[in-house]
Each structure stands twice: as structure tokens, then as C-alpha cells.
Write a protein that binds this ligand. Sequence first.
Ligand SMILES: *Cc1c(COP(=O)(O)O)cnc(C)c1O
Length: 390
Amino acid sequence: MPRFKSRIKEALVHRHEQGLTRQLKVLENSNGPLLSSEGSYFINFSSNDYLGLANDPELVEAWQNGLSQYGAGSAASPLVTGFSSAHRNLEAQLCEWLGFERAILFSSGFSANQALLFSLLEKDDVLLQDKLNHASLMEAGVLSPATTKRFKHNDVQHLESLLSRSPQSLVVTEGVFSMDGDQAPLEDIASLTNEYDSWLAVDDAHGIGVLGDRGAGSCNAVQITPNILVVTFGKAFGLSGAAILCSSEGGDYLTQFARHHVYSTAMPPSQAFALSHACQMIQTQDWRREKLIELGGIYAEQMKGIQGFVDTKTPIKPFVIGEAQTALSIAEELKRNQIWVTAIRPPTVQAGTARLRITLTANHTQKQVNQLSRSLLQAIELSCALKGEV
Ligand SMILES: *Cc1c(COP(=O)(O)O)cnc(C)c1O
């Protein structure tokens, strides 16, 4: 058998034996609070559309207007002819809102993170990453010419011990961690990077739009300005794409050397136009953030004290179960009660910490959150009963 064919077969068998096979599922309305699958409806607690913008008529209309104004595709990479006034306006708006000199656009957060680390790092550099950073950052770090070291999750002391041995490092953390919903101690990390002549890059994929004044994100919330800020548009913006915010020189540098920017077709101008509109909605519609806080409070009130419940200040509410198989069967039981949550298993999270990743959005109702808590409590009880624990 040709080696690639056998490699694929073996890898699939191995995944299956571990019970970790993943599958694509066709869903309808999964960008709203009620999704449907094979004719049944479920309350959707799995989306990253925290502010409820992904299917908002106002945003849909903005994209339609962008299409009328700019046509469909960008037709080229940004440095060739793909950069329009819609792109420039979006960059300017992001800079003003978030307090940076330059913003460089990318088609995804994954590519922005890769572009950042690949273009900035050289052979003698040290990259210090939080152990729970997103796969795009981890992979780019490992493939970059720099030496990558991971510091224990949110552990400032561990970070300091690494920095004291390698000053002039690049420290990369997330503002809000995607699978735990907790926040990095950004003030402490920023003062450490300062003290050790290092640079700080923050990936705020889950904080932008949700935290801070007018949704300006995790850094704004604690009044720090990292050297580099990555924001992505696939979560609270309700769309897709990403931007790297930096100094004017940093922007010039990325324009020369960020290969994912230089050699990739620019996002459609209509999308940039819609993103500008999302930017305004995020800044002016405080009620969306207030709603999230209200719903988070209700959920916490109902779940506190239950083993596995983790209190967070973000719309990401992990419910840690442990075994991958148990997490799966509890998620299945929830589906029988019209609740859609995703079981997150290794290798996405550490072995033994399989969990339900529950996310709230501004489009959920109190009633839906009540239903979530009730069904979750029942499903846990049932699971314990089946295991003979009660
Ligand atoms: C989702 C995510 C990304 C990737 O962004 P995409 O736009 O989905 O490619 C990067 N970093 C973090 C922390 C994320 O959660």
C-alpha cells in the first residue's frame, strides 16, 4: 500500500479506537439561538456569536449594501489591487477604537497568528506562550525558527522565571481562553514584559466586543496596551477575518513580510464594509454586553456549588466532566432535551478534563438559560446514577 494511504488509514483507526473521531454535521440556523438538525430544534449553546450579531438583520443588510457598493470579490491580494476604501476604513476604525497606529487585515485569526509569529521571530529568539494558547499560536511557535517555551496557564511566577533567564522574549497570551473562559492576568504580564525588555502580544479573539469599555476588549478592561493585539471577527463580530493591531512601523513591517497578508486574496470589500458596521454596533449597543452579564448571573446562580461548574466573567462557561466518553453521553442526553452543547475532548483539552463548552449569547432568553441549567442538572444526575455513584 502507498505510504500516504496507509498513514491515513492508521491515523483514522487510532482516532476511532480512542473514541475521539470528529465529524462534520450539517446544521440549519446555527448562527442563531435555535438551530435545527435533521428536522429537530435545539437551543444553541455552542456558538461563539457572543453578541448575537451573526444573523442580525442590521448586519445582514450592511453586508448586502457592501455588496451593492463594492461587488463580490476583492479580485487580488492587498498589495496588488485587492485593497479598497472599505478595507482602509475598517483599518482606520479599528485603530481609533482600540488605540493603535496601524491595523493589518487577515482572512482569519488562524492566518493572522501564523503571519505574526512567522514574520517576527528569528532563530535566536525566545517565544514564551501560555500553555493553553490556541492551536494557531502553538503551531506557529513550534514551526518558527525561535525557541518556544510554554509557561503554566496564567502563572505569572513561572513566566517571570522564564523571562529572567531569557529577557528580550516575545510573550504571547490570550485575553480570554477559549476552552476555560478565564482571563489572563494581563496587567501583571504587561509589567513583567516591560521589566524584562520583552514584547507582549495578546490574542483577544474571545475578549474583543465582550469586555472593556464599548467592547474594546481584555486589554482595554485593565488599561494596558500590548505591543501587538490580535482581534478576530469570527466571534463577537459575527462575521469572519482578523486584524493585527500594532505601531506604524510594525504595520509597515507586516505589509512587507507577513506572507499570509501579502500572498493571500484580500477579504471581499463588502465583508470589510460589513465589519465596519459590526464595529459600530459593538461600540454603541451596550445592551448586548449587559444582557450577557445578566444571563451569566442567572446561570451561575443556578449552577453554583455543582461539581464541574466553573464561574467565569465571560460568556464561555465550561462544565468540566473529566472522561471524554462521559462528556459525550451527557451532551447526548442534553440533546434529548433540545439543548445543544458541544463536548470538548482531548486533544483540544488536556486528557481527563473533557468538558461541555457552554456559551451564552445576547440572543438567548432567561427562559432558555433556565432550561439549560435544569437539563444539565438532570443529565449529570442521570450520568452519576448510571455509574452507580448515587
Ligand atoms: C478562534 C480563534 C482563533 C482563530 O480565529 P479564526 O478567525 O477562527 O481563524 C485564534 N485565536 C483564538 C484564541 C481563537 O479562539
